[in-house]
Write a protein that binds this ligand. Structure first.
Ligand code: ZN
Ligand code: ZN
Length: 684
């Protein structure tokens, strides 16, 4: 008995070692035929014993390569051809065959074993990789994906690497970034000015310096990290001082899962995420006996932890045998440094040493940050190793679209068919370098994913650089999208939800259909349209952006709204702290309605409460007050303050006076003002 089938596998199946995997499955089962890539995915023409074919199909799905993401398998019965061998057919070099979708992947277990095997030719080689792991998206400059179109093009393979590369049975078959100490990239050390220091073993040299409390810029996959000993407070303090990053949390890299468990509580799902091929920074709850320097994540219950994801990281962590701070090598709001000259110029005043190498980074990005909420992953920053895997849409998009995103935490998106290719976190477009990343990133994505947008989506806000960029491309039709509608629809798409939904967008600032500043919105939304069902009560923003930077202004605004002139009689810390002259000016603005745009922002309500309870009067970074309020409230038993819903008109209005009154009453009755932090909750 013999059968023949044509099996088509679709999804992320090209450039991930799928063909050698198929070959490895078919041969031992005595199956004959061939495997090849084509425009639809991977096509397997297979012939042999029906029971063996059955096992083959099961294993195809169950044991697929680490990087593969199978979305569809189609089988068709075929007339017998009486094949006698199983062969891997070379890809046709047609330009339209390969949509590149593979993200960078952490060093696999097999490579790590080689890495630690003393007599292996790649023993402790910081750039080893294989078909299942290593750099991908950060080194790719064009398609189709092959070595000439990566930053590995400058290294020509030695004969040993070449032999592995062309052998279909080898786990480095067509591994484009493959390398060894003889033919691959080289690690080197530089002083704080970028001058090379000749050393025999760069990693040992740097390991010792880190143990001595030095700050080192380390070139990673997507850019430079600044690294230092995470156990020493004085060193971390010095890093913060040099980096001018006084407030934000710093991430820590630890050698393995056991070490992560010594620092933080790690659930099974969190452990899975930490050790996954993506290796994101996972926000974990600190243990009480936690040994990390207080300066790493001050006033926070959580710590951002990640495991090594390149051989270089493994080496560094082995050398230092301690947790290391690993924070992106940039000054406060600039994009991550990734080009060597630029990094050495920008980080010269920060790093004592550079640990770097000669494999260029084509596409730079930060580490992804994620956390588990109620057993499910909730990404905070989707970047390295998540991008460019597309989000699968429920409703196919008939027109290819470029969506330009917002201004402050920009990401853009290219949509074609059922795929939405979301860019990495790009950041604040106000910074010129970040803006360049946005513009160049769009071109890069268009090229890699072969998408020629036929329409442009942009945020309604006329001042956003992303919107202006979209409007400048006059030849294509434009679709304006309201900011909070975009938030809610993104959430629907991510969760495969058909809608319509009641969507709640609690945000800082977004341009409304009426030209006002929205931010606390309840929308009845479908993918195409929405109705503003309800909103938070509007309050004035005295001084516009100044009110966003100084939460004390918002606290005063809310108090003035509720108590009128009598607010000045309240025995509250905030009232005692008020700068009398500044307050007089603001009161004038409020009374006359000058320079005080109205907003329904939830962010401003959070700011007001944060200032009211003495948490923060001035911001050092965007959304700081709200972030700190969340940290404080997280895990506490919180009772609700009264609020009132005016449902006679449209949109309905959620009145917030009761909340303010409740917080003030709790503060007044709570005794010691210095220690009262959260009015509504006295027993955590
Ligand atoms: Zn590997
Ligand atoms: Zn080699």
């Amino acid at each position: 008995m013999r059968d023949r089938q044509k099996i088509t596998v679709q999804g992320v199946v090209q450039g991930v070692g799928f063909r050698p995997f198929v070959y490895g499955l078919a041969s031992p089962l005595g199956l004959c035929g061939s495997v090849r890539n084509d425009i639809t995915g991977v096509v397997i023409d297979v012939e042999g014993d029906p029971t063996c074919m059955e096992s083959f199909l099961q294993a195809l799905i169950a044991e697929a390569p680490l990087l593969a993401r199978i979305e569809r398998v189609r089988t068709e019965k075929q007339p017998l051809r009486h094949y006698t061998v199983f062969a891997i057919e070379p890809s046709k070099a047609r330009d339209d065959t390969d949509v590149f979708m593979v993200p960078d992947v952490a060093t696999c277990a097999e490579c790590l074993r080689e890495f630690n095997r003393v007599h292996d030719r790649r023993y402790h080689y910081p750039f080893l990789n294989c078909t299942s792991c290593g750099p991908r998206f950060t080194i790719v400059s064009g398609v189709p994906y092959d070595r000439e179109r990566t930053t590995m093009a400058r290294f020509s393979m030695c004969s040993a690497c070449q032999a592995e590369y062309i052998d279909p049975r080898d786990r480095r078959f067509h591994a484009q970034p493959t390398a060894c100490p003889r033919c691959g990239p080289r690690l080197w050390v530089a002083d704080s000015q970028g001058n090379e220091i000749p050393v025999d073993d760069p990693c040992t040299f740097i390991g010792v310096r880190l143990q001595q409390g030095k700050i080192v810029a380390v070139k990673g996959l997507g850019g430079y990290h600044l690294s230092c000993d995470a156990l020493r407070n004085d060193v971390v303090q010095e890093l913060r001082r040099r980096k001018q990053r006084e407030a934000k949390l710093l991430a820590v890299m630890v050698q393995n899962l056991d070490m992560a468990r010594r620092l933080c509580a790690v659930s099974a799902v969190e452990a899975e995420l930490l050790t996954s091929a993506r290796r994101p920074i996972v926000l974990l709850r600190k243990r009480p006996e936690y040994p990390i320097a207080g300066e790493v994540a001050p006033q926070n219950r959580d710590l951002g932890v990640m495991l090594p994801y390149t051989p270089l990281h493994h080496l560094l962590l082995q050398q230092t045998a301690r947790p290391l701070v690993m924070t992106s090598g940039d000054l406060t709001e600039e994009p991550i440094a990734y080009q060597d000259d630029d990094a050495m110029r920008r980080l010269a005043g920060i790093a004592d040493y550079f640990l770097t190498h000669d494999r260029p980074i084509h596409m730079h990005w930060d580490d992804s940050v994620t956390r588990i909420v109620l057993g499910k992953e909730l990404p905070v920053r989707r970047s390295r190793s998540y991008v460019p895997l597309p989000i699968r849409l429920m409703i196919p998009c008939t027109t290819p679209i470029l969506a330009c995103g917002a201004h402050l935490k920009n990401t853009f998106c290219l949509v074609q068919g059922t795929y939405a290719f979301l860019s990495q976190h790009i950041g604040d477009l106000e910074d010129y370098r970040t803006y360049r990343t946005f513009v160049e990133g769009i071109e890069h994505f268009k090229k890699l994913f072969k998408i020629a947008p036929q329409a442009l989506a942009y945020d309604l806000h006329p001042g956003y650089l992303s919107s202006q960029n979209a409007l400048a491309l006059e030849e294509l039709p434009h679709i304006a999208v309201q900011h909070h509608h975009a938030h809610i629809v993104s959430c629907m798409a991510e969760n495969g939800c058909e809608g319509p939904v009641i969507g709640v967008a609690w945000d800082g600032t977004g341009y409304g259909n009426d030209g006002r500043v929205w931010g606390g919105e309840f929308l009845v939304a479908s993918y195409a349209a929405f109705e503003r069902l309800a909103q938070l009560e509007e309050v004035p923003l005295p001084g516009g952006v100044q009110a966003i930077r100084q939460p004390w202004r918002m606290a005063a605004v809310y108090l003035h709204r509720v108590y009128g002139e009598e607010m000045e009689e309240l025995d509250l810390d905030l009232v005692h702290r008020l700068d009398q002259r500044g307050w007089r000016v603001i009161r004038q603005m409020l009374v006359r309605g000058v320079n005080s745009p109205l907003t329904s922002s939830a962010g401003r309500l959070f700011d007001a409460i944060a200032a009211l309870i003495g948490l923060r009067d001035e911001m050092q970074y965007e959304a700081q007050a709200a972030v700190e309020l969340e940290i404080l409230a997280n895990g506490m038993r919180v009772e609700a303050y009264p609020f009132c819903l005016h449902h006679d008109g449209r949109p309905m209005v959620v009145e917030t006076k009761g909340i303010i009154r409740g917080v003030v009453d709790d503060l007044l009755n709570g005794g010691d003002h210095g220690s009262v932090r959260w009015g509504g909750c006295r027993d955590p």
